[in-house]
Design a protein. Structure first.
Length: 279
């Protein structure tokens, strides 16, 4: 039986990963400090004898007993609302957290899968974005704490891979949606849904021409595990190759829900990406 540790286990994607891996026959060790995750995301797993959980902050040194085959590093604030409110914690998760994960993996001979992000491309000047694109990131902008934390964590993972021959993988995750998203986490799908269902104004930042591609969480999780089980070490984009403008998405949502909400416009935040689609 493979033994897999998941950091950020109580988060949106992390909890789905734990569930999927248990279904595949893994023993799963979840780690989370509930900074942005919720125990409710794991409540269906706590009675499973193959699931073990530690309430712990991985920016501090940590060790787990026994063998480990894989470590999936998903611990980090991930929505703009969270990382703007928790800038230092975000950078520590990407730096110290990643360093501690890599040290544990090296001591156990485990493979590391790093959860990176399409945010490493910043506000891209190339569209769609391939893994070879270096990005257009403002390191001192308000979003820089997340973008640069993930870029640093990628560099650190590759350094361990090259210097110590550690088995690693890097997944650059594009916009994802599904059950267990927090309704108030500031991301577009839960925000628009909440506003539409309450017949509140749908708030679009900018003119709505900016595009996103949305991937369902179960499809993303399957892709992550396939990458984990492969020998590929360079970054891989994971997301939906079809994009939609934010304005068109809002209009479709109003039609589907039958909401009486009106669309209102607010200024586009600094460094908010105009386009986002994996190549």
């Amino acid at each position: 039986m493979a033994v897999t540790l998941v950091t950020g286990a109580a988060g949106f994607i992390g909890s789905h990963l734990c569930e999927y891996l248990l279904e595949k026959g893994h023993k799963v060790i979840g780690v989370d400090n509930f900074l942005t995750g919720s125990p409710e995301n794991l409540e269906q797993l706590f009675g499973n004898p193959s699931f073990q959980f530690y309430d712990y902050d991985i920016t501090h040194y940590f060790h787990v007993p026994g063998n480990l085959d894989y470590i999936l590093h998903f611990a980090s604030p991930a929505s703009p609302k969270d990382y703007l409110q928790l800038p230092i914690e975000t950078m520590k998760a990407g730096s110290l957290g990643t360093l501690h994960v890599l040290g544990l993996a090296r001591s156990k001979g485990a493979k590391v899968v790093l959860a990176s992000t399409s945010e490493v491309y910043g506000d891209p000047l190339v569209h769609p974005q391939s893994e070879e694109y270096y990005g257009n990131v403002n390191p001192i902008g308000i979003r820089g704490v997340y973008d640069e934390a993930k870029r640093f964590s990628e560099a650190l993972v590759m350094a361990y891979h090259r210097k110590y021959q550690l088995s690693t993988a890097i997944v650059r995750i594009f916009n994802t949606y599904g059950p267990r998203m927090r309704i108030n986490d500031g991301r577009v799908i839960p925000t628009f849904l909440s506003q539409a269902l309450q017949n509140q104004d749908i708030t679009i930042y900018g003119d709505g021409s900016q595009t996103r591609s949305f991937c369902y969480v179960s499809d993303l999780v399957e892709g992550i595990v396939r990458l984990m089980e492969s020998d590929y070490a360079l970054p891989v984009n994971l997301g939906n190759p079809d994009e939609i403008s934010i304005l068109d998405f809002a209009k479709e949502l109003l039609q589907v829900t039958g909401s009486s909400s009106k669309i209102v416009y607010q200024p586009l935040p600094q460094d908010d990406p105009k386009v986002r689609r994996p190549d």
